[in-house]
Write a protein that binds this ligand. Sequence first.
Ligand code: TXA
Ligand code: MG
Length: 316
Amino acid sequence: MKFPLRQSRRLGTSDEDIAAAARCLAGGGLVAFPTETVYGLGADARDDRAVADIFAAKNRPSFNPLIVHVADLPAARSLARFDPTAERLAAAFWPGALTLVLPLAPGAALSPLVTDGGPNVALRLPASDLARRLISKAGVPVAAPSANPSGRVSPTTADHVLAGLNGRIDAVVDGGPCAVGVESTIVGLADGTPRLLRPGGLPAEVIEAAIGPLAAPDSDRITAPGQMTSHYAPGGRLRLDARAPEAGEVLLGFGPVAAHLNLSRSGDLSEAAANLFRHLQTLDAEGRDRIAVSPIPDTGLGRAINDRLRRAAAPR
Ligand code: TXA
Ligand code: MG
C-alpha cells in the first residue's frame, strides 16, 4: 500500500498557525514541531491510528517506544507515577532536555504502540515555549520521535524536516533552528534505580550532581538500541504466516479472511499496526494459547508489524 500523500504545510509561530497545528494534532494528524533539542514528529499519543502513522511516515522497520511530550507537570502526573526521585528530577530539570521513563499511571489511556505494550512510559516536558504552546493548545499528550525518516539524522530545522518527510506529514511548525541540537537525555526510574538510558542534551554529570550516581541500563533488558523496555509478550504461542488456523488455533487475520480477530480486513497496514497490541492483549485476556497469524506483507509498516510478531512468537 502506498503512503497517502499529505499536504506538509509549513506553518509559522503566530497564534493562528499554532491553533491550526493544534487542531491537526487533536484530530489525529501528524505535525512536526521544534523542541529545544531536535524537531519532533508529533501525534496524539492516545490515538492508535495516529501513532501508527508516525511509524509509517518514518518508514521504520520496527516499532520502538516513543517519548510522550506534555505541556506541564500536572499533565505528566496524570500519565505516570512519580516517585520522590522523579519529583526531584522534574523539579530540577523540567522544562528541559530530560526524558524520564516511569511506570504508567492507571488510566493513562495512551496507545499501547507508544509504550511498545510495556508498563512504562517515557515523558518529556520540553523547554521550548513554542513546543509547550502547541501541546497545551492541542490538549492531548503528544508522542514524538525525531522528525526524520528511519536511518537518517535528527532534524534541527524545518527545511531539514521537509527534506526527509515532505508529503508524509500534515504540517511542520517552523520555529527556526533548535538550540541544543541533540536529543534529550533519558533517565529510567521504572525499577526504582535511576539509570542513564541515553546520554543527551542534559549532561549526566549535571543530573548526578542533583540526585547522585546514575546506574547503567539493566543489560538483561536491552537487546538493541531503542528496546530498553520490557516488551509485551503474549501468553499464547504464535504461528506466523498461517494460511488457515489448525485445530485448536484461533486466527489473527489480515485481509479478507474468516478470522477470530482481524488486524485489517481491508489489508491496510496502518490499521493493522494500530490494532496489533490491542488484539494481542484481547487474545491474552481470552486465554487463547494457540494463535495462528495471517501472512502480513513485508513492506512499509508491514516490516515493523512482522518484526514485532516475530519477537512475540520467539520461544521464551
Ligand atoms: O530530544 C528528544 O528526546 C526528541 C525530541 C523530539 O523530544 N525525541 C526523541 O525521540 O529523541 P526518540 O523516538 O528518538 O526516542 C525514543 C527513545 C527510544 O528509542 C527509547 O530509547 C526511549 O526513548 N524510550 C521511549 N519510551 C520508552 C519506554 N517506555 N521505556 C524505555 N525507553 C523508552
Ligand atoms: Mg530518533
